[in-house]
Ligand binder design. Sequence first.
Ligand code: COA
Length: 233
Amino acid sequence: MAMRNVSLVSERLSLDPPCADDVAAIASACQDPEIPRWTGQVPTPYDEDDALEYIEGLVAPGWARGDCLSWAVHLKEDGVRPNDGSLMEVPKEAAEQTPGHENLGLFTGIVSLSLCGSGGASIGFWTARAARGLGVTREACELVLDFAFRPSTDASDHQPPGLGLHRVEWRAMVGNVASAGLARRMGFSYEGLLRRALRAVDGRILDVWIAGLLVEDSREMKGWPDHVFDAVG
Ligand SMILES: CC(C)(COP(=O)(O)OP(=O)(O)OC[C@H]1O[C@@H](n2cnc3c(N)ncnc32)[C@H](O)[C@@H]1OP(=O)(O)O)[C@@H](O)C(=O)NCCC(=O)NCCS
């Protein structure tokens, strides 16, 4: 089902469908080898043409079809914005010209939701190195989870109607302890290991961990097996 673009906001973040304004920042962040390594979806080498192709070939059609919803995470201009110099500003001029983008500041990463057609979806995310460890990814993912689970009949002045999903799942390559720590922190329950379930763009075929969060689940941290966090990343 086609969807109009939806932005999600918190006090310090604005999540907006990635657009041409984000190209330079996406390309810059993806120079960090951890992003291609752990997502399996980002090619190496990676430049601004790749970022534009991602936006035109995946993001825009995903929103148009309504089955793959992606957001660029932005630290608001007037919010607290830690920066060691390697996070990129969304170009001021571009931000001012794009309705709804006037308040954009630093680009920190991407969160996406792939809908599977049975009331469920899979969440994916990556964050620029300089923005990690600040709770930004968790806050962004929680905005997306709230949107995913909120009933479609439920809108307010501040929040768009939700997707009314009953399940969101998380998958990560075995060994991605940072991603597993984040999923556990958000209340996902570990569900197991899927053998050779992911083909990366570089040809690797990999085992993945899977975890799930249901609409009725608490967001409290659940017990996960020790072997996940003993895995060498
Ligand atoms: C995984 C990734 C998105 C985490 O982003 P982040 O911004 O550092 O995460 P946050 O700061 O929001 O952390 C939130 C929680 O995640 C957990 N976490 C984050 N990094 C962790 C790590 N290295 N080990 C264990 N837990 C970790 C913590 O519980 C943390 O909460 P706390 O600070 O209250 O303890 C980031 O490391 C990344 O982009 N990695 C490369 C790409 C990638 O792996 N994407 C996921 C593919 S499945």
